[in-house]
Ligand binder design. Structure first.
Ligand SMILES: N[C@@H](CCOP(=O)(O)O)C(=O)O
Length: 435
């Protein structure tokens, strides 16, 4: 795999370089020159394959010779070893549950694959790596779990104080070991900007091998494409053969970009719906052609509180670049918090299904699109996190207590350890330099 920078002012790199650099020096994003199309025979038999078999075939096609097949098998077996079931909730409408991994959010796919891939490369090069990651809620927990106790890798997680749920905060701040949490007195955008500035800072890069575990890192997007194929496989197995619409609750737009990679590899997708909360920068762009990032606002679907989505450029390029092409692949929708609460309650009353606020944003986006389209399609909405990660919002909205998986309830009694940090880059840099 050879990758270029979307700003075209940095040298091309190999997969290994892209994984460890995260960002090109010109502050663009790495993109592969080639995205291969999978053979028809793969799609003919996909219904018989397990999620890890699908992941292996997709990764093998994308990575080419960068990782020998036997090593790639090991990487997949260690990382993509939990299910992503498709649950029918209404006629023609399915929830793709992506929260059955260790941190109970879809980020487990990306974080675990990335940790296994980095460890594989590090066995050969024996360097010490310091991962910096910004989170608005879910990435941090998945990265903490995925990289916990990984030899030669230190992880620093930046999160906006008071703007993640209690359980999300505990996931980031209670592991210890090689994982440190910085509680930033600002928004997710501030955290993301601190991390990006650190990657571009000469002094820091000469002292440390810094790497990113956010979706700016291409190795996060590759595994996120696996579950789109797996959803299709499950539909095929169930004999559903109508055109498929995927609705993706979105913040940094890595998840949607991964879906577009799957589509470029031949996955038949009729349309993607980008569903956001009131941080509706991309739905606005899809409606007007004008992309205007702005500071993020706090919502109950906090993991999507992003005002300047990192992957916008990738999403645009993958969907055809020109605005007229992009809107052929992606429709937009957004919900405010009242809409989200009403949706959570209505779905629960009607079907008994409990959704997290992000999943409810996607449900609403999918429902409006399907009603507008008026065609016979199958709708799949991505459920990005388990509802219990947002306990206060869910119980307050549904007016009832809800069961909490042991894995999450066990966190509540653990003690949070986090270092306060301002939004000034100089403070963050000094902190890193004195480590
Ligand atoms: N929604 C994210 C924000 C970071 O996005 P990423 O996909 O770039 O890691 C979160 O939950 O932290």
């Amino acid at each position: 795999m050879i990758l270029y920078s979307t700003k075209h002012a940095s040298p091309d790199v190999s997969l290994e370089e892209a994984v460890f650099r995260g960002l090109p020096p010109d502050n663009g994003l790495y993109m592969p020159y080639e995205i291969p199309t999978l053979p028809q025979s793969f799609f003919d038999t996909i219904g018989d394959l397990s999620i890890s078999e699908i992941a292996f075939e997709v990764a093998k096609a994308l990575l080419g010779n960068d990782v020998p097949e036997s090593d790639l098998k090991g990487i997949i077996e260690r990382s993509i070893n939990f299910e992503a079931p498709l649950v029918g909730i209404e006629p023609n409408k399915y929830v793709l549950e992506l929260f059955h991994g260790p941190s109970m959010a879809f980020k487990d796919f990306g974080a675990r694959f990335m940790a296994a891939l980095m460890s594989y490369f590090l066995q050969k090069s024996h360097q010490d790596i310091h991962i910096l990651v910004a989170t608005s809620g879910d990435t941090g927990g998945a990265v903490a779990q995925g990289f916990y106790n990984t030899p030669d890798i230190k992880v620093t997680i930046l999160y906006p104080t008071g703007k993640v749920s209690d359980i999300q905060e505990k996931q980031l701040t209670t592991l210890g070991g090689n994982v440190t949490a910085l509680e930033v007195d600002g928004t997710f955008d501030d955290c993301q900007s601190l991390v990006k500035q650190a990657f571009l800072d000469q002094e820091l890069s000469s002292k440390y091998n810094l790497a990113s575990a956010n979706s700016i890192n291409i190795s996060r997007l590759i595994p996120q494409s696996f579950y789109y194929f797996n959803a299709y496989a499950q539909l095929k197995k169930a004999g559903v053969d109508k055109p498929v619409v995927f609705c993706v609750p979105s913040g940094n737009f890595g998840n949607l970009s991964a879906g577009l990679i799957a589509q470029r590899m031949g996955l038949p997708v009729k349309m993607f719906v980008a569903a956001t909360n009131i941080n509706n920068i991309v739905p606005n762009y899809l409606a007007s052609g004008v992309y205007e990032p702005r500071p993020s606002q706090e919502t109950i679907s906090n993991a999507m509180d992003v005002g300047n989505p990192s992957n916008f450029i990738r999403m645009q390029l993958l969907a055809g670049d020109a605005y007229e092409e992009v809107v052929k692949h992606i429709a937009g929708d957004f919900s405010n918090d009242d809409d989200t609460r009403v949706t959570m309650k209505e779905v629960y009353d009607k079907t008994g299904y409990i959704m997290c606020p992000h999943t409810a944003v996607a449900y609403r986006g999918l429902s409006s699109y399907m009603t507008e389209l008026g065609e016979d399609v199958t709708g799949v909405l991505l459920s990005t996190a388990h509802y219990a990660k947002f306990l206060d919002v869910v119980e307050g909205t549904l007016g009832t207590t809800v069961p909490i998986p042991e894995r999450l309830s066990a966190l509540l009694s653990k003690e949070k350890v986090a270092i306060p940090m301002s939004t000034k880059f100089s403070d963050f840099k000094n902190y890193l330099l004195q480590l």
